[in-house]
Design a protein around this ligand. Structure first.
Ligand SMILES: [Zn+2]
Length: 305
């Protein structure tokens, strides 16, 4: 082999090495360019699964939770309200309310509750009046008290306040929600507002005292319903001219209830000339005489109710 032959051989060998190197590089590039899906299976899916797990922001409602009282010595055997709230999911509701626990039932329309901070309060339901069950027992008074006891005692309820927060006896005035409403539609009010449930089932009359009149229109409708079906207390009123089988004789004068003005201490028969002059804005009504007297009203001297 002469020198020429050897140098040609070397050139061929170099060319061959260059070609294999080039094809090797091409192979590497092809792989790294993503042609092989196997190279990517370990990569995490970049699509974020965030939106679905976001809980809606807590609106200014219901669970205006005061922080749980730590180490309060009040009755450890019954669970307090605060821990119960902290575990419940955030709820959107059209009302602003305070969650409390019912500790006892005084009457069909009056209860005692314990707040999240451990304090207790006597609560009078707004817009309704149950027959008396304690000092001077009225027809259906005991039944109304028992019914409220059965439905509320020991339970967590939601108090919604109206314009005026307390009455002259320093009782808290509230609309009592059994469950937080999703809206203020008629079916929601009918099924979740305990004041309404009382009236629908005939365990309370309507009693409107301005300015706390938020649900008065609904309550009026519910009372008509209860009267038409002779529910509860309306079943024992059938002889007074209010019930379904109204007698031919004219109803007694007080059968239509009694009225007064929020600007005076007097009460009247609705047909009294002075009653007629009360502005609808200030008009208060009571289902019977004792209801008017029990809130401190005195009879008008003109119509002598
Ligand atoms: Zn009068």
């Amino acid at each position: 082999m002469d020198i020429n032959q050897r140098s040609r051989l070397r050139q061929v060998a170099r060319a061959f090495r260059l070609v294999s190197l080039a094809s090797f590089i091409a192979f590497i590039l092809a792989n790294s360019a993503g042609c092989s899906p196997a190279a990517y299976t370990e990569q995490p899916d970049p699509a974020p699964a965030v939106e679905t797990t976001l809980t809606p922001p807590l609106t200014a409602t219901a669970t205006s939770v005061t922080p749980p009282a730590v180490g309060t010595p009040t009755q450890p055997e019954t669970p307090s309200v605060a821990p119960l709230l902290s575990t419940s999911p955030p709820v959107r509701s059209p009302i602003v309310s305070e969650a409390v626990r019912v500790t006892s039932v005084i009457d069909g329309d009056t209860i005692e509750v314990r707040r999240a901070d451990g304090s207790t309060d006597r609560v009078r339901l707004i817009g309704v009046d149950s027959p008396e069950s304690r000092n001077r027992v009225e027809p259906f008074g005991k039944e109304a008290a028992d019914w409220t006891r059965r439905h509320l005692e020991g339970k967590v309820i939601y108090l919604e306040f109206d314009v005026r927060r307390t009455d002259r006896y320093d009782r808290t005035l509230a609309h009592v929600w059994l469950y937080l409403p999703d809206s203020l539609s008629e079916p929601e009010i009918r099924s979740k507002l305990f004041n309404a449930v009382l009236v629908i089932n005939g365990y309370a009359h309507l009693m409107t005292i301005p300015p706390n009149i938020k649900y008065v229109d609904h309550l009026q409708g519910f009372e008509r319903e209860a009267r038409n079906t002779s529910a509860g207390l309306w079943s024992v009123d059938t002889n007074s001219g209010l019930g379904a089988g109204a007698p031919a004789a004219p109803a007694p004068r007080g059968a239509g209830g009694y009225v007064g003005s929020s600007r005076s201490d007097v009460f009247h028969y609705p047909d009294c000339q002075w009653a007629q002059r009360i502005s609808p804005h200030n008009l208060i009504s009571w289902p019977n005489r004792s209801a008017a007297v029990s809130v401190g009203r005195r009879p008008c001297k003109s119509c002598d109710p």
